[in-house]
Design a protein around this ligand. Structure first.
Ligand code: PHE
Length: 353
């Protein structure tokens, strides 16, 4: 019996030393200590020995079990370490490999201009207000002193949805809406950016959809001097410190007097170049003093209140500022075009500041 246990001990040692997986280790344990395992077999044999031999054999068998368990634990630790090492080796990251390039979006040039204009006017105490793009004839035209059959309607060929509803042709209806909604009929200072729509054939300078930013100030004793001062600040901020503006008479049904506003050319400083068509001046927006009929239509007393309004096209401003020659670039959104605006520092664009 002693020899048998000795052989078993040797066999266990060999097997555990050769073992190279945790799964195999479990099998070895079952083989030796399991219910039908080798120690069980020997224990049965011991039962039939006489009592003097029984005691010694029993002790030896227990000794074997302790020996096995100790060895088992050691092997288990060895295998666990081996498995961990293997995993670490397999999963190491090669930090010298080239990375995956992530394409980062850029701000659309139009958004850049609108943000810049909004920021400027907000810093002067204006609120930014938006209005509906599907507008009623009432707000788009009638309240702005453009009754049906008024020839001015031809200036803005419109997309009608029903007889009374259309895609707004300008952001001016927002000024009428804000005046209407102001129940106290008190002062107003707003700018209204948004999309507008006109039945135009698209070409380099025309688009069926574009954006406008409307400005409106209503208060007591507002004069054309306030309008001029405001637009001067605007021109200097957007086109450079040395810019000047000039007013030319114009016509809009909702303003009286109406003005076309030019800014001195930011490329040549006024001496004449292709950008300003050798005039030294570039037309940038329409403006005027709010027509008494509009004030009245929106519940304001023209005897007490006056105001100015202006409307500009951010596309045109972006085209001038960033030398973009085709308005269609803004909506075709080719990635090469948009990538040009990747790292524009706004102030870098104001070349003749
Ligand atoms: N709404 C005018 C246009 O689209 C622009 C404008 C706005 C003119 C406000 C004067 C005052 O042409």
């Amino acid at each position: 019996m002693k020899d048998k246990i000795q052989i078993m001990k040797k066999e266990a040692l060999e097997k555990l030393e050769a073992c190279n997986s945790l799964k195999e280790l479990q099998d070895i344990k079952v083989l030796f200590l399991g219910k039908k395992g080798k120690t069980h077999e020997i224990a049965n044999e011991i039962k039939s020995l006489d009592s003097s031999q029984k005691k010694e054999a029993g002790m030896l068998l227990n000794e074997f079990k302790n020996y096995f368990n100790e060895l088992f634990e050691k092997t288990q630790k060895r295998l666990e370490k081996e498995e961990l090492d293997k995993k670490l080796k397999e999963e190491t990251i090669d930090i010298t490999l080239p990375g995956t390039k992530v394409n980062v979006g850029t701000t659309h040039p139009l958004t850049m201009i609108i943000d810049e204009i909004e920021e400027l006017f907000v810093s002067m105490g204006y609120d930014v207000v938006e209005g509906p793009e599907i507008e009623s004839d009432l707000y788009n035209f009638e309240k702005l002193n453009i009754p049906k059959d008024h020839p001015a309607r031809d200036m803005q060929d419109s997309f009608y949805i029903t007889n009374e509803m259309l895609l707004r042709t300008q952001t001016s209806p927002v000024q009428a809406r804000v005046m209407d909604a102001n129940l106290e009929k008190g002062p107003i200072r707003i700018i209204c950016p948004g999309k507008v729509y006109r039945k135009d054939d698209d070409d380099m300078t025309h688009s069926h959809q574009f954006t406008q930013i409307e400005g409106l100030v209503i208060d007591e004793k507002i004069s054309i001097a306030h309008l001029k001062g405001t637009l001067e600040v605007f021109a200097k901020k957007i086109f450079g410190e040395n810019r000047e503006i000039r007013f030319r008479p114009s016509f809009f049904p909702f303003t009286e007097p109406s003005l076309e506003v030019d800014v001195s050319c930011f490329k040549c400083g006024g001496s004449g170049c292709p950008i300003c068509k050798y005039t030294g001046w570039i037309e940038i927006l329409g403006a005027g003093m709010v027509h008494p009929n509009v004030l009245r239509a929106c519940g304001y007393d023209p005897e007490k209140y006056s105001g100015f309004a202006f409307g500009m096209g951010p596309e045109r401003i972006a085209m001038l500022k960033y030398c973009i020659n085709d308005i269609r670039h803004f909506y075709t959104n080719h990635i090469h075009f948009l990538n040009n605006f990747d790292r524009i520092e706004r102030d870098d664009m104001n070349e003749s500041k």
